[in-house]
Design a protein around this ligand. Sequence first.
Ligand code: PLP
Length: 373
Amino acid sequence: MQKIYLDNAATTPIRQEVIDEMVTVMQSEFGNPSSTHSIGRSAKAVIETSRKAIAKCLHCNAQEIVFTSSATEATNWILRSAVRDFGAKRIITSKVEHHATLYTILALQSEFGVEVDYLNVDCDGVLDYQKLSALLAENTKTIVSLMHVNNETGVVNDINRIGAICHQNNALFHCDTVQSIGKTELDLQDLPIDFLVASAHKFHGPKGAGFAFVRKNLVLQPMIFGGEQEKGWRAGTESVHQIAGMSKALELSYEHLSEERNYISDLKDYCFKQLQKSFPAIEANGKDTFYNILNVLLPFSPEKTAMILFNLDIKGIAVSRGSACQSGSIKPSHVLAEMLSEENLSKPSLRISFSHYNTKEEIDYFVENLKSI
Ligand code: PLP
Protein backbone atom coordinates (compact mmCIF):
# COMPACT_ATOMS: atom_id res chain seq x y z
CA MET A 1 0.00 0.00 0.00
CA GLN A 2 1.06 3.54 -0.79
CA LYS A 3 2.26 5.35 2.36
CA ILE A 4 1.75 9.09 2.54
CA TYR A 5 3.59 10.93 5.25
CA LEU A 6 2.07 14.31 6.09
CA ASP A 7 3.27 14.49 9.68
CA ASN A 8 6.62 16.24 9.29
CA ALA A 9 6.14 18.40 12.40
CA ALA A 10 6.27 15.16 14.43
CA THR A 11 9.43 13.93 12.76
CA THR A 12 11.02 13.91 9.31
CA PRO A 13 12.51 11.19 7.13
CA ILE A 14 16.32 11.15 7.24
CA ARG A 15 18.05 12.37 4.08
CA GLN A 16 20.05 9.67 2.30
CA GLU A 17 23.24 11.77 2.47
CA VAL A 18 22.80 11.94 6.25
CA ILE A 19 22.45 8.17 6.50
CA ASP A 20 25.56 7.74 4.33
CA GLU A 21 27.50 10.14 6.54
CA MET A 22 26.46 8.34 9.72
CA VAL A 23 27.35 4.94 8.28
CA THR A 24 30.79 6.22 7.28
CA VAL A 25 31.36 7.64 10.75
CA MET A 26 30.18 4.43 12.42
CA GLN A 27 32.51 2.39 10.24
CA SER A 28 35.59 4.54 10.52
CA GLU A 29 35.27 6.55 13.73
CA PHE A 30 34.59 4.06 16.48
CA GLY A 31 37.10 5.62 18.88
CA ASN A 32 36.10 7.14 22.20
CA PRO A 33 36.42 10.91 21.66
CA SER A 34 37.91 11.25 25.17
CA SER A 35 40.80 8.86 24.40
CA THR A 36 44.08 10.61 23.83
CA HIS A 37 45.38 8.24 21.14
CA SER A 38 44.93 9.02 17.46
CA ILE A 39 41.79 6.86 17.07
CA GLY A 40 40.11 8.79 19.89
CA ARG A 41 41.39 12.13 18.63
CA SER A 42 40.01 11.38 15.20
CA ALA A 43 36.50 10.78 16.65
CA LYS A 44 36.86 13.98 18.67
CA ALA A 45 37.73 15.83 15.47
CA VAL A 46 34.43 14.65 13.93
CA ILE A 47 32.56 16.17 16.86
CA GLU A 48 34.41 19.46 16.68
CA THR A 49 34.00 19.72 12.90
CA SER A 50 30.27 19.12 13.37
CA ARG A 51 30.08 21.78 16.06
CA LYS A 52 31.77 24.30 13.75
CA ALA A 53 29.45 23.41 10.86
CA ILE A 54 26.35 23.92 13.02
CA ALA A 55 27.71 27.21 14.38
CA LYS A 56 28.37 28.41 10.84
CA CYS A 57 24.74 27.71 9.85
CA LEU A 58 23.52 29.81 12.79
CA HIS A 59 26.20 32.52 12.77
CA CYS A 60 27.46 31.85 16.27
CA ASN A 61 30.67 30.54 17.86
CA ALA A 62 31.30 26.81 17.95
CA GLN A 63 31.87 27.09 21.74
CA GLU A 64 28.25 28.21 22.09
CA ILE A 65 26.87 24.88 20.78
CA VAL A 66 26.37 22.06 23.32
CA PHE A 67 25.31 18.62 22.14
CA THR A 68 22.46 16.81 23.91
CA SER A 69 20.26 13.79 23.22
CA SER A 70 17.20 15.89 22.37
CA ALA A 71 15.63 19.31 22.57
CA THR A 72 13.69 18.09 25.58
CA GLU A 73 16.94 17.42 27.42
CA ALA A 74 18.35 20.81 26.39
CA THR A 75 15.26 22.65 27.63
CA ASN A 76 15.27 20.78 30.95
CA TRP A 77 18.93 21.63 31.45
CA ILE A 78 18.65 25.31 30.59
CA LEU A 79 15.52 26.08 32.58
CA ARG A 80 16.70 24.12 35.61
CA SER A 81 20.07 25.80 35.58
CA ALA A 82 18.49 29.23 35.16
CA VAL A 83 16.44 28.71 38.32
CA ARG A 84 18.99 26.79 40.38
CA ASP A 85 22.21 28.54 39.34
CA PHE A 86 21.27 31.97 37.93
CA GLY A 87 18.71 32.45 40.67
CA ALA A 88 15.78 33.20 38.37
CA LYS A 89 12.79 33.79 40.63
CA ARG A 90 10.23 33.81 37.88
CA ILE A 91 9.58 32.09 34.53
CA ILE A 92 7.35 33.70 31.92
CA THR A 93 6.01 31.36 29.28
CA SER A 94 2.76 30.60 27.43
CA LYS A 95 0.23 27.77 27.69
CA VAL A 96 0.85 26.81 24.05
CA GLU A 97 4.47 25.74 24.51
CA HIS A 98 5.52 22.14 23.93
CA HIS A 99 5.21 19.83 26.93
CA ALA A 100 9.01 19.67 27.09
CA THR A 101 8.82 23.26 28.33
CA LEU A 102 5.51 23.21 30.20
CA TYR A 103 6.19 20.12 32.30
CA THR A 104 9.76 21.20 33.06
CA ILE A 105 8.40 24.48 34.37
CA LEU A 106 5.78 22.73 36.51
CA ALA A 107 8.52 20.57 38.04
CA LEU A 108 10.65 23.66 38.78
CA GLN A 109 7.66 25.41 40.28
CA SER A 110 7.04 22.58 42.72
CA GLU A 111 10.73 21.98 43.52
CA PHE A 112 11.98 25.56 43.83
CA GLY A 113 8.79 27.56 44.33
CA VAL A 114 9.64 29.65 41.28
CA GLU A 115 6.87 32.02 40.22
CA VAL A 116 5.32 31.22 36.82
CA ASP A 117 3.39 33.66 34.63
CA TYR A 118 1.64 32.56 31.47
CA LEU A 119 1.03 34.82 28.49
CA ASN A 120 -2.24 34.31 26.67
CA VAL A 121 -2.69 33.84 22.96
CA ASP A 122 -5.74 35.09 21.07
CA CYS A 123 -8.04 33.04 18.83
CA ASP A 124 -5.45 33.28 16.03
CA GLY A 125 -2.69 32.01 18.31
CA VAL A 126 -1.03 35.43 18.52
CA LEU A 127 0.87 36.08 21.74
CA ASP A 128 0.08 38.91 24.16
CA TYR A 129 3.35 40.88 23.76
CA GLN A 130 2.01 43.78 25.82
CA LYS A 131 1.55 41.58 28.84
CA LEU A 132 5.16 40.44 28.45
CA SER A 133 6.33 44.06 28.64
CA ALA A 134 4.05 44.77 31.59
CA LEU A 135 5.22 41.72 33.54
CA LEU A 136 8.88 42.42 32.91
CA ALA A 137 8.50 45.99 34.16
CA GLU A 138 8.08 44.43 37.62
CA ASN A 139 11.83 43.88 37.95
CA THR A 140 11.95 40.29 39.26
CA LYS A 141 14.87 38.13 38.10
CA THR A 142 13.25 36.32 35.19
CA ILE A 143 13.82 33.83 32.39
CA VAL A 144 11.34 34.00 29.52
CA SER A 145 10.70 30.74 27.67
CA LEU A 146 8.77 31.16 24.43
CA MET A 147 8.89 29.11 21.26
CA HIS A 148 9.54 30.34 17.73
CA VAL A 149 7.11 28.25 15.66
CA ASN A 150 4.27 26.41 17.34
CA ASN A 151 4.45 22.69 16.57
CA GLU A 152 0.68 22.23 16.40
CA THR A 153 -0.54 25.31 14.58
CA GLY A 154 2.58 26.70 12.92
CA VAL A 155 1.89 30.16 14.45
CA VAL A 156 5.14 32.13 14.43
CA ASN A 157 6.18 34.23 17.42
CA ASP A 158 8.13 37.42 16.76
CA ILE A 159 11.33 36.36 18.49
CA ASN A 160 13.11 39.61 17.66
CA ARG A 161 10.41 41.50 19.51
CA ILE A 162 10.37 39.07 22.45
CA GLY A 163 14.17 39.17 22.75
CA ALA A 164 14.23 42.96 22.62
CA ILE A 165 11.61 43.21 25.38
CA CYS A 166 13.54 40.70 27.50
CA HIS A 167 16.86 42.45 27.11
CA GLN A 168 15.42 45.93 27.77
CA ASN A 169 14.29 44.48 31.09
CA ASN A 170 17.37 42.37 31.93
CA ALA A 171 15.52 39.09 31.52
CA LEU A 172 17.03 35.99 29.90
CA PHE A 173 15.36 34.58 26.79
CA HIS A 174 15.18 30.81 26.15
CA CYS A 175 13.67 29.96 22.78
CA ASP A 176 12.41 26.57 21.59
CA THR A 177 13.35 26.73 17.92
CA VAL A 178 12.71 23.03 17.28
CA GLN A 179 10.22 23.67 14.47
CA SER A 180 12.10 26.48 12.75
CA ILE A 181 15.75 25.49 12.80
CA GLY A 182 16.86 24.33 9.36
CA LYS A 183 13.63 25.74 7.92
CA THR A 184 14.32 29.44 8.22
CA GLU A 185 17.42 31.59 8.60
CA LEU A 186 18.42 32.21 12.21
CA ASP A 187 21.28 34.67 12.63
CA LEU A 188 22.46 34.52 16.22
CA GLN A 189 24.71 37.53 15.71
CA ASP A 190 21.54 39.60 15.47
CA LEU A 191 18.85 37.67 17.30
CA PRO A 192 18.50 38.71 20.94
CA ILE A 193 18.30 35.12 22.18
CA ASP A 194 20.31 33.77 25.14
CA PHE A 195 19.50 30.08 24.77
CA LEU A 196 17.95 28.05 22.01
CA VAL A 197 17.23 24.36 21.62
CA ALA A 198 17.05 22.19 18.51
CA SER A 199 16.37 18.60 17.56
CA ALA A 200 17.97 16.79 14.59
CA HIS A 201 14.99 14.59 13.74
CA LYS A 202 12.90 17.64 12.83
CA PHE A 203 15.30 18.63 10.04
CA HIS A 204 15.83 15.27 8.33
CA GLY A 205 18.51 14.15 10.78
CA PRO A 206 18.64 11.27 13.26
CA LYS A 207 16.55 10.86 16.40
CA GLY A 208 18.33 11.03 19.74
CA ALA A 209 20.45 14.03 18.78
CA GLY A 210 19.87 17.66 19.67
CA PHE A 211 21.76 20.70 20.78
CA ALA A 212 21.56 23.84 22.85
CA PHE A 213 22.94 27.24 21.94
CA VAL A 214 24.19 28.96 25.09
CA ARG A 215 25.33 32.51 24.51
CA LYS A 216 28.94 33.22 25.41
CA ASN A 217 29.56 34.26 29.03
CA LEU A 218 26.39 32.56 30.29
CA VAL A 219 27.75 29.77 32.44
CA LEU A 220 25.32 26.98 33.22
CA GLN A 221 25.85 24.11 35.65
CA PRO A 222 25.52 20.50 34.53
CA MET A 223 22.35 18.46 34.76
CA ILE A 224 24.20 15.19 34.22
CA PHE A 225 27.43 14.62 36.15
CA GLY A 226 30.37 12.50 35.10
CA GLY A 227 33.18 13.01 32.62
CA GLU A 228 34.48 16.16 31.00
CA GLN A 229 32.48 15.84 27.77
CA GLU A 230 30.88 19.05 26.49
CA LYS A 231 33.05 21.12 28.89
CA GLY A 232 31.65 19.03 31.75
CA TRP A 233 28.19 20.47 31.08
CA ARG A 234 26.84 17.29 29.63
CA ALA A 235 28.77 14.24 30.75
CA GLY A 236 28.54 10.93 28.91
CA THR A 237 30.38 9.54 25.90
CA GLU A 238 29.27 11.46 22.84
CA SER A 239 27.27 9.76 20.10
CA VAL A 240 29.71 10.62 17.34
CA HIS A 241 27.67 9.33 14.39
CA GLN A 242 24.48 11.06 15.60
CA ILE A 243 26.31 14.36 15.99
CA ALA A 244 27.89 14.01 12.54
CA GLY A 245 24.47 13.15 11.08
CA MET A 246 22.84 16.11 12.78
CA SER A 247 25.41 18.56 11.44
CA LYS A 248 25.19 17.09 7.93
CA ALA A 249 21.39 17.37 8.08
CA LEU A 250 21.53 21.01 9.16
CA GLU A 251 24.06 21.92 6.50
CA LEU A 252 21.92 20.29 3.80
CA SER A 253 18.79 22.01 5.09
CA TYR A 254 20.43 25.40 4.77
CA GLU A 255 22.00 24.54 1.42
CA HIS A 256 18.56 23.72 -0.03
CA LEU A 257 16.55 26.16 2.05
CA SER A 258 15.22 28.57 -0.57
CA GLU A 259 14.18 25.95 -3.13
CA GLU A 260 12.63 23.64 -0.51
CA ARG A 261 10.84 26.52 1.22
CA ASN A 262 9.29 27.62 -2.09
CA TYR A 263 8.29 24.09 -2.95
CA ILE A 264 6.75 23.37 0.47
CA SER A 265 4.94 26.75 0.61
CA ASP A 266 3.36 25.92 -2.72
CA LEU A 267 2.27 22.50 -1.52
CA LYS A 268 0.68 23.96 1.59
CA ASP A 269 -1.28 26.53 -0.48
CA TYR A 270 -2.35 23.80 -2.86
CA CYS A 271 -3.48 21.56 0.00
CA PHE A 272 -5.56 24.29 1.64
CA LYS A 273 -7.19 25.22 -1.70
CA GLN A 274 -8.07 21.59 -2.42
CA LEU A 275 -9.50 21.22 1.07
CA GLN A 276 -11.56 24.39 0.62
CA LYS A 277 -12.96 23.07 -2.67
CA SER A 278 -14.07 19.86 -0.99
CA PHE A 279 -15.13 21.36 2.35
CA PRO A 280 -16.16 25.00 1.83
CA ALA A 281 -16.72 25.53 5.57
CA ILE A 282 -13.19 24.45 6.52
CA GLU A 283 -11.16 26.92 8.60
CA ALA A 284 -7.47 27.27 9.30
CA ASN A 285 -6.44 27.29 12.96
CA GLY A 286 -3.89 30.06 13.49
CA LYS A 287 -2.98 33.10 11.45
CA ASP A 288 0.10 33.77 9.29
CA THR A 289 1.37 30.28 9.99
CA PHE A 290 4.75 28.79 9.10
CA TYR A 291 5.06 27.40 5.59
CA ASN A 292 5.17 23.69 6.44
CA ILE A 293 2.31 23.39 8.96
CA LEU A 294 -1.40 23.56 8.20
CA ASN A 295 -3.85 23.04 11.05
CA VAL A 296 -7.48 22.92 9.98
CA LEU A 297 -10.83 22.75 11.69
CA LEU A 298 -12.97 20.30 9.75
CA PRO A 299 -16.69 20.92 9.39
CA PHE A 300 -17.40 17.39 10.57
CA SER A 301 -19.55 16.32 13.49
CA PRO A 302 -17.72 15.73 16.79
CA GLU A 303 -18.63 12.03 16.58
CA LYS A 304 -16.37 11.69 13.57
CA THR A 305 -13.35 13.03 15.45
CA ALA A 306 -12.08 9.70 16.69
CA MET A 307 -12.58 7.99 13.32
CA ILE A 308 -10.72 10.38 11.10
CA LEU A 309 -7.12 9.54 11.95
CA PHE A 310 -7.95 5.85 12.08
CA ASN A 311 -9.63 5.92 8.66
CA LEU A 312 -6.79 7.87 7.10
CA ASP A 313 -4.28 5.54 8.71
CA ILE A 314 -5.83 2.45 7.17
CA LYS A 315 -5.48 4.18 3.80
CA GLY A 316 -1.76 4.67 4.52
CA ILE A 317 -2.03 8.38 5.28
CA ALA A 318 -0.18 9.78 8.31
CA VAL A 319 -1.42 13.11 9.64
CA SER A 320 -1.83 14.25 13.20
CA ARG A 321 -4.43 15.56 15.54
CA GLY A 322 -2.61 18.12 17.64
CA SER A 323 0.96 17.15 18.47
CA ALA A 324 2.48 13.69 18.06
CA CYS A 325 2.77 13.23 21.79
CA GLN A 326 -1.00 13.56 22.04
CA SER A 327 -2.10 11.33 19.22
CA GLY A 328 -4.04 8.46 20.67
CA SER A 329 -5.05 10.56 23.64
CA ILE A 330 -8.66 11.60 24.00
CA LYS A 331 -7.76 14.93 25.60
CA PRO A 332 -8.15 17.94 23.32
CA SER A 333 -4.95 19.65 22.26
CA HIS A 334 -3.70 22.03 24.97
CA VAL A 335 -2.75 24.47 22.22
CA LEU A 336 -6.12 24.54 20.46
CA ALA A 337 -7.82 24.73 23.88
CA GLU A 338 -6.24 28.19 24.28
CA MET A 339 -7.49 29.37 20.87
CA LEU A 340 -10.85 27.79 20.03
CA SER A 341 -14.35 28.05 21.45
CA GLU A 342 -15.71 25.01 23.35
CA GLU A 343 -17.86 24.17 20.36
CA ASN A 344 -15.03 24.25 17.85
CA LEU A 345 -12.75 22.38 20.19
CA SER A 346 -15.13 19.44 20.13
CA LYS A 347 -14.93 19.31 16.34
CA PRO A 348 -12.08 17.53 14.60
CA SER A 349 -8.92 19.50 13.82
CA LEU A 350 -6.11 18.02 11.77
CA ARG A 351 -2.46 19.00 11.57
CA ILE A 352 -1.00 18.40 8.14
CA SER A 353 2.73 19.08 7.97
CA PHE A 354 4.82 18.92 4.84
CA SER A 355 8.36 18.32 3.66
CA HIS A 356 10.07 18.55 0.29
CA TYR A 357 9.46 14.80 -0.15
CA ASN A 358 5.68 15.35 -0.50
CA THR A 359 3.90 15.81 -3.83
CA LYS A 360 0.63 17.27 -5.10
CA GLU A 361 -0.51 13.75 -6.02
CA GLU A 362 -0.17 12.74 -2.38
CA ILE A 363 -2.27 15.71 -1.37
CA ASP A 364 -4.95 14.78 -3.91
CA TYR A 365 -5.03 11.27 -2.49
CA PHE A 366 -5.30 12.62 1.05
CA VAL A 367 -8.17 14.99 0.17
CA GLU A 368 -10.02 12.26 -1.75
CA ASN A 369 -9.81 9.97 1.25
CA LEU A 370 -10.90 12.67 3.65
CA LYS A 371 -13.97 13.24 1.48
CA SER A 372 -14.94 9.60 1.75
CA ILE A 373 -15.04 9.61 5.57
N1 PLP B 1 9.64 21.50 21.14
C1 PLP B 1 8.87 21.40 20.05
C2 PLP B 1 8.22 22.63 19.50
C3 PLP B 1 8.67 20.17 19.43
O1 PLP B 1 7.90 20.09 18.35
C4 PLP B 1 9.31 19.03 19.98
C5 PLP B 1 9.09 17.69 19.40
O2 PLP B 1 7.95 17.28 19.17
C6 PLP B 1 10.13 19.19 21.11
C7 PLP B 1 10.27 20.44 21.66
C8 PLP B 1 10.86 18.05 21.71
O3 PLP B 1 11.97 17.70 20.92
P1 PLP B 1 12.73 16.32 21.10
O4 PLP B 1 12.00 15.32 20.27
O5 PLP B 1 14.12 16.55 20.59
O6 PLP B 1 12.74 16.00 22.53
